[in-house]
Design a protein around this ligand. Structure first.
Ligand SMILES: Nc1nc2c(c(=O)[nH]1)N[C@H]1C(S)=C(S)[C@@H](COP(=O)(O)O)O[C@H]1N2
Ligand SMILES: [Mo]
Length: 347
């Protein structure tokens, strides 16, 4: 089970967040993970957002029009649905994430719902489709990147259209000039390089909705759509790494371990850590999240004794969702939120 050159080509374009960046409340822009299915598209100089479909009146908005509207800022943790994919056995061929396809941005822009209300959603509307500028071929199908949300989620959730990230204009790789951000949902929902919003009176059946991003145990299964982010805790790997293997080396004695935890269903209720490979668990100290959809910081002091150890951490949320020790294999290699395991040698 090796990683192919095709997968390396994807991995070199789409980088993860180095886990030591779990130290920051808000991920510095260049350290936020990146996932681009096709290419970063060229944005026409006369770019406009068009909102149409099953509405009373179509809207056409420039970036200045959007900037003139009431602004919102939200700290949101985003994670790729394929995070953890490279850990699956049998191997799933696609972007080979280990555990680092996550980041937290302070997104600035406008709320989605008031725009839909202004356009006047007509009776019979069921979904809202978000269409992007980037194009390519996936599964033999040529397409623009497009994803839909139910009308309920689009109107009731905290979905926003972002033109800023961490207080600066949205950079090209994160979707400039404008992207959708759907807090709590896996990243594929947050369409970058947004160009059109179309209110639909029937469910969208495009590739990224009905073929990709479904949890299927076998190819011929229709599967369940992937939606919200399942809980996960990650730690900053303690000590120093060995260059090639990245095994950790720590001095004996008290060792402060820290990390972040998040869930797209409900606030994080607890983080637990194990230093004996999962036989016994202790509660970490958990801080409140800086925003409703942002990760929570946690810390724990390990009395490190000489020898080889496996450090594990796991989160559960207030809705009772928790992390499994072993992932459930699926065709697309999605939602592997099994517990992180860090091999440490204490000297
Ligand atoms: N237009 C467009 N939007 C997109 C994508 C894409 O390839 N094209 N990738 C999606 C996926 S799968 C993820 S995980 C997030 C990643 O966002 P980021 O690169 O800003 O971290 O963007 C989503 N939005
Ligand atoms: Mo993703």
């Amino acid at each position: 089970m090796g990683i192919s050159l095709d997968e390396l080509q994807l991995a070199a374009r789409n980088h993860g967040m180095p886990l030591e960046a779990l130290r920051y409340d808000v991920t510095p822009v260049g350290l936020h993970y990146l996932l681009i299915h096709f290419d970063v598209p060229e944005v026409p100089p006369d770019w406009r957002l068009r909102l149409g479909g099953h509405v009373e009146r179509e809207l056409e908005l420039s970036l200045d029009d959007l900037r003139a509207r009431p602004a919102v800022r939200r700290i949101v943790t985003m994670e790729c649905a394929g995070n953890g994919r490279a850990q699956f056995e049998p191997h799933v061929v696609s972007q080979p994430w280990l555990a680092e396809a996550v980041g937290t941005g302070e997104w600035g822009g406008v709320e989605l719902a008031p725009l839909l209300e202004e356009a006047g959603v007509r009776e019979g509307a069921v979904e809202v489709l978000f269409g992007a500028l980037d194009r390519g071929i996936d599964g033999g199908v040529e397409q623009a990147y497009e994803r839909a949300l139910s009308l309920g989620e689009a109107l009731a959730g905290d979905a926003m259209l972002a033109y800023e990230l961490n207080g600066a204009p949205l950079p090209p790789q994160h979707g400039a000039p404008l992207r959708l951000v759907v807090p709590g949902w896996y990243g594929m929902t947050s369409v970058k390089w947004l160009e059109r919003i179309t209110v639909l009176d029937r469910p969208f059946d495009g590739y990224q909705q009905v073929h990709a991003y479904r949890f299927r145990r076998s190819e011929d299964e229709e599967g369940e759509p992937i939606t919200r982010i399942h809980p996960r805790a990650l730690m900053v790997p303690p000590g120093v790494p060995d260059f090639m293997t990245r095994r950790r080396f720590v001095e004996a004695g008290p060792c402060r371990v820290e990390g972040r935890a998040w869930s797209g269903f409900a606030p994080v209720a607890a983080v637990e850590v194990s230093s004996d490979g999962g036989d016994t668990w202790s509660d970490a100290d958990l801080e409140p999240a800086p925003d409703r959809w942002a990760w929570s910081h946690w810390t724990w002091t390990w009395q490190a004794e000489p020898g080889d150890h496996d450090l594990l951490c796991r989160a559960r949320d207030t809705a009772g969702n928790h992390q499994p020790l072993e992932p459930e294999w699926n065709v697309g290699g999605y939602v592997n939120n099994s517990v992180q395991r860090v091999a440490v040698t204490v000297r």
